[in-house]
Design a protein around this ligand. Structure first.
Ligand SMILES: C[S@@+](CC[C@H](N)C(=O)[O-])C[C@H]1O[C@@H](n2cnc3c(N)ncnc32)[C@H](O)[C@@H]1O
Length: 384
């Protein structure tokens, strides 16, 4: 049984835990920022291939207590690195820490790198080189107050890079966060789904990948392929099975629109790169004026907000109009709106039936669930 850790955008840990359970993981437990799970080495491959939510899948190779940098060096030196990769391969060490007593995390990172190189030098008289940009092998170290954990990165490039995004507009969501909010919306893959402020199309594209059962990692490379214990036959079989189960790419009631033609061009380019140009329906439109594309459905969207886009005055005008548009044209729809603006329901004058805390990078957001029913409009206050 191997031990893994999959980091994910904060707030999506329960959704990731559900995914990993469905993939056959054992001893799953979520912590802030990710989920631990156990399974065969090939479960690590499967999680990379199938998880829509994880940012990476890390294979744990050591966990031990430490008190100082020397303890960290010795723990890293004791590991059989040459059994896992070749001296000709390049490497990079990443370190994250919470409540670590060590003074310099940069120095500790260097000590781990030294230990890995020293273990090769002792055996072969030469050491692997460091490549911080595109290394063959990534080593992740995590320090808490007392324990050091070392991981080999099974993912390589982070998993939100599915391989289709070439073009981005102003503030694109990461693909795994987009997939996460589609999951949290409870969309069934059949009813209509609309992102009326779609930017580069991330939400609509992730929704289409879910509906067509397209594994997010079916068309990219992974870090585990570079390791000596790589089971190529098992991987190729898994990848082929994933490709074989994909549903035919026919048009679905998944709609994306944006006010700006430039944004929409990015969305089109990305949909084409994902092979979904004929599946999702993209169109230039103003959310304040467009009709609903179906009598009922799910709106999943990430409107402009103060921190990244739009100034406060523009948004103060925009939000109430957005609320009016929802009330007038989208009764029968459920809306899931991701925003860093905690006062959004008040600003659009609709009440939220659920709020989920999510982080878009470092930015704390809420996913507001708003059920739009006829007469959602708040009654005007009676005149005094
Ligand atoms: C935060 S971005 C969405 C990013 C998108 N989720 C992505 O992954 O690329 C907000 C988008 O709202 C669009 N927008 C602003 N005002 C709009 C309006 N009145 N109607 C439609 N779209 C609008 C902007 O052009 C921008 O692309």
């Amino acid at each position: 049984m191997e031990k893994f850790f999959a980091p994910c955008p904060r707030g999506l840990e329960p959704v990731l835990a559900q995914e990993l359970t469905a993939l056959g993981g054992a001893e799953i437990y979520a912590v802030d920022g990710g989920v631990h799970f156990n399974g065969a080495l090939t479960l690590g491959y499967r999680a990379n291939l199938e998880s829509r939510i994880a940012s990476r899948v890390l294979w744990r190779v050591c966990q031990t207590r430490y008190r100082n940098e020397e303890d960290v060096y010795k723990a890293a030196l004791a590991l059989p690195w040459p059994r896992w990769f070749d001296v000709e391969q390049t490497l990079r060490v990443n370190l994250t820490a919470t409540r670590s007593p060590l003074k310099s995390l940069d120095f500790t990172t260097l000590r781990i790198k030294d230990a890995v190189c020293d273990s090769f030098r002792a055996k072969f008289g030469k050491r692997p080189s460091v490549d911080t940009h595109a290394p063959d092998v990534r080593i992740h170290a995590y320090l808490d107050a007392e324990k050091l954990t070392l991981y080999l990165d099974f993912s390589g490039e982070p998993l939100f890079k599915r391989g289709w995004r070439n073009a981005t507009g102003e503030a694109p969501l990461r693909e795994n966060l987009a997939a996460g909010i589609v999951r949290l919306s409870g969309w069934d893959g059949v009813e209509a789904l609309l992102d009326p402020m779609c930017g580069s199309g991330t939400i609509a594209i992730e929704a289409a990948l879910i509906a067509l059962d397209i594994a997010p990692g079916a068309r990219r490379d992974f870090g585990f392929e570079k390791l000596k214990n790589f089971d190529r036959a098992a991987w190729e079989q898994m990848q082929a099975a994933a490709l074989a189960r994909e549903k035919p790419r026919t048009q679905l009631p998944i709609y994306g629109s944006d006010l700006y033609g430039d944004e929409l061009r990015y969305a089109r380019t990305n949909a084409e790169a994902a092979g979904l140009a004929d599946v999702i329906q993209l169109k230039q439109a103003n959310v304040l004026e467009m009709p609903a594309p179906a009598a009922s459905g799910v709106m999943v969207t990430n409107p402009p907000y103060g921190v990244r886009l739009g100034n406060a005055e523009d948004l103060a005008v925009f939000y109430p109009k957005l609320g009016d548009a929802l009330k007038q044209k989208f009764s029968g729809w459920r809306a899931y709106i991701l925003s860093g603006d905690m006062a959004l329901p008040k600003l659009i004058r609709l009440s939220a039936s659920k709020r989920t805390v999510l982080f878009n990078g470092a930015l704390e957001c809420r996913l507001f669930e708003i059920k739009v029913v006829a007469g959602s409009a708040r009654k005007p206050k009676p005149a005094v």
